[in-house]
Design a protein around this ligand. Sequence first.
Ligand SMILES: NC(=O)c1ccc[n+]([C@@H]2O[C@H](COP(=O)([O-])OP(=O)(O)OC[C@H]3O[C@@H](n4cnc5c(N)ncnc54)[C@H](O)[C@@H]3O)[C@@H](O)[C@H]2O)c1
Ligand SMILES: O=C(O)C[C@H](O)C(=O)O
Length: 320
Amino acid sequence: MARNKIALVGAGNIGGTLALLAGLKDLGDITLFDIAEGMPQGKALDIAQASPVEGFDAVLKGTNDYADLKGADVVIVTAGVPRKPGMSRDDLVGINTKVMRAVGAGIKANCPDAFVICITNPLDVMVGVLRDAAGLPYEKVVGMAGVLDSARFRYFLAEEFKVSVEDVNAFVLGGHGDTMVPLVRYSAVAGIPVPDLIKMGWSTQEKIDQIVQRTRDGGAEIVGLLKTGSAFYAPASSAIQMAESYLKDKKRVLPCAAYVKGAYGLDGLYVGVPVVIGAKGVERIVEIELNADEQKMFENSVGAVKALVEIVKNMDATAG
Ligand SMILES: NC(=O)c1ccc[n+]([C@@H]2O[C@H](COP(=O)([O-])OP(=O)(O)OC[C@H]3O[C@@H](n4cnc5c(N)ncnc54)[C@H](O)[C@@H]3O)[C@@H](O)[C@H]2O)c1
Ligand SMILES: O=C(O)C[C@H](O)C(=O)O
């Protein structure tokens, strides 16, 4: 059986990490695309030279030519600009919208049958711009953020409860911004809901509230420490989990920025919700029940995403 092909558009911090992980996990052949000349070629060669040591067989190619995306089964997009300390993700909207349109055109022309995972920020809006430019079916274009935000939430909870990260389940919904909604009620250790663990004396409401806020600020915490860019190891791991679920038809239930029309009272918007990812792409939107507080937080987050969508529309109107 021929190997799958994973194309990585953007070969920077996340792109390079994605290439290494895709190799280590034997996901297939890997093409690294970037506008920077030499850099994707250099990273591809470097990772190829790690393959004999790590024991994986994959063709690794670096390129500056969109034609090399041909035949890609999965495309993961990180092209664009990350934020620096003092910036919000939303500050990237102007520059990264232009990048998403160029990348969308490249995907449309070369691999319209691929499953596309967008990572570029501001995420929920960029995945919509990318989808529109690529013209792919909505279920084949999805954004990565919820897996990352939930992983942060899980990690902080595991630290607090002093248990394995593997036993902590947690969901973060909504837009990938300051208004994201970590759902305490749907978070659990080995099936025991967090509110029950508070009653059992494992933690306090105050500490859980602090963890919720730290999760919301998770990206900014790392930007503040790195100073020159943003997180890239955990974002790459998160996108690889989504790609693997598609390629292996695992039907994982993962929080992703998916196009929601009908569910959650939404009328067609990319925003973070739990979905099932399988061989057909986003196979199902999982509509969970939200209580009044959760609903209010979710609506607030949806409002923030919609406001940014309007900014993109106004940019277009101004540009004529
Ligand atoms: N969704 C999330 O959860 C999440 C997490 C982390 C980072 N991000 C975002 O991902 C993006 C990438 O982050 P990074 O750390 O890899 O940044 P990076 O600067 O290391 O890499 C970005 C790469 O994109 C390339 N690029 C720029 N314009 C391009 C174009 N038109 N076509 C192709 N390539 C182009 C650059 O040359 C660079 O190599 C940023 O927007 C960042 O905010 C999102
Ligand atoms: O915080 C950022 O700008 C990058 C990313 O969205 C993250 O959450 O790490």
